[in-house]
Design a protein around this ligand. Structure first.
Ligand code: PMP
Length: 400
């Protein structure tokens, strides 16, 4: 199926869903194209928050009166909801720990679980050009262990230029008998490509725990831990239609792959409003269908990529050749990042805003880069339209 026929088939479905987003319909003159930074929220999420705060707001796990009991039940129910949303085949064994987002989630794995799993001389495989959130915590864990006299080696998960995929062929050279842990990203926040987690699993074998940064996949495409053989899935609610400050770590707790993930200690009051919003967002996403959301956003990005490729001054970052809908090599999910040959990316960001487009323009928090590596990132969600993409291409063409 081509991108255009995909878009035609889903047009009515998308039109109905777009009106669920009050901020989008209130600003028809603006195109919000920065969903990889944070998503907009459907009315159902806003209503759930309003209802919670005006009917049963209380602390969780502390009171014995109905509002408190309701809140405690809400937190536990949402834990189960996250497992269900992820297609968890063993919800009795796994664990969901709420965090403020992906950054805190990855740090929790690095701080509360990883050190107890590593011995002197062990190696962990981490990506050096993913989001900083997926590098800094592993460096911190290494430093923490070093202070205890335990030396852990960080091996770089190699990248393939210019596709932005992990270099699966070079992987064999960095995996060894002491490889004890791998951190990977599901959908790359700059290149937009699916990072082929299954191929990483095949390369490292069945016994090495894998932690998946799913910040750009949860809420954008179906994510099933029944199919993805990983041990941790970490995500941010705010990128998946819920409120900022809501996120989670899902841990498989497969005993053969290390100790149980049980973040210990006193966690304090949970973000019950965020958790309320997360439950409503997951319900909304399931009702809309993450498979259809993925088809829509993938087709929009394919259209944008194809259009950009015809405009000479632009260089697209990441995979060029396999962007088409239906590609089995490496699909681009909802993100297209590019540069103009002559216009600095910061300037391009301002120019696009003047034309009604909100995009991201800087180094995109990518580890190992700085401001000089600036680019413009366009990222879409279910509320974005074909008309917005075509309008953007028209404006970009005038800047040749
Ligand atoms: N990982 C990836 C791939 C991301 O895109 C982001 C957010 N841009 C993060 C981690 C960090 O997410 P948060 O800021 O919600 O903690």
């Amino acid at each position: 199926m081509t991108a255009d026929s995909e878009l035609t088939e889903l047009t009515d479905w998308q039109r109905e869903l777009r009106v669920h987003f009050p901020i989008i319909t209130a600003h028809p003159e603006m195109a919000y194209l920065d969903s990889a930074a944070t998503s907009q929220k459907p009315r159902a999420v806003l209503d759930a928050v309003q209802t919670y705060l005006t009917t049963t707001n209380a602390n969780a796990g502390r009171g014995s009166y109905p509002w408190a009991n309701h809140t405690t039940a809400l937190v536990e129910r949402t834990r189960q909801r996250v497992k269900e949303f992820l297609g968890d085949p063993e919800p009795g064994r796994s664990r969901v720990h709420f965090t403020s987002g992906t950054t805190e989630g990855l740090r929790t794995v690095a701080r509360d679980w990883l050190p107890g799993h590593l011995a002197d001389g062990d190696e962990i495989l981490v990506p050096f050009a993913d989001h900083r959130a997926n590098l800094d915590p592993w460096l911190e864990a290494q430093r923490l262990l070093a202070r205890q006299g335990v030396t852990v080696h960080l091996r770089e998960l190699p990248y393939q230029e210019p596709s932005g995929d992990y270099d699966h062929r070079a992987l064999a050279g960095v995996i060894g008998p002491r490889t004890r842990f791998v951190a990977v990203t599901h959908i790359h926040h700059v290149y937009g490509g699916d990072m082929n987690v299954q191929r990483i699993r095949d390369a490292v074998g069945p016994h090495v725990p894998i932690c998946l940064d799913a910040a750009q996949s949860i809420g954008h495409l179906p994510v099933s831990v029944d199919r993805l053989d990983v041990d941790f899935v970490v995500f941010s609610g705010h990128k998946a239609l819920a409120l900022p400050g809501s996120g989670a770590v899902w841990a498989r707790n497969a005993s053969e792959r290390g100790p149980e993930f049980r973040p210990g200690g006193w966690n304090g009051t949970p973000n019950t409003v965020g958790i309320t919003s997360l439950e409503a967002a997951l319900d909304w996403l399931d009702a809309a269908g993450t498979d259809r959301i993925a088809r829509w956003t993938t087709a929009l990005t394919a259209r944008l990529t194809e259009g950009l490729r015809r405009l000479l001054p632009y260089e697209i970052l990441g995979c060029q050749a396999s962007l088409a809908v239906g590609s089995t090599v490496q699909r681009r999910h909802g993100i297209v990042t590019f540069r103009h040959r002559d216009i600095p990316s910061d300037d391009l960001g301002f120019i696009l805003y003047d034309h009604g487009f909100m995009v991201r323009a800087d180094n995109l928090c990518q580890a190992g880069t700085d401001k000089r590596d600036g680019s413009v990132r366009v990222s879409v969600h279910v509320y974005n339209t074909v008309e917005e993409i075509d309008r953007l291409l028209t404006v970009l063409a005038t800047l040749e």
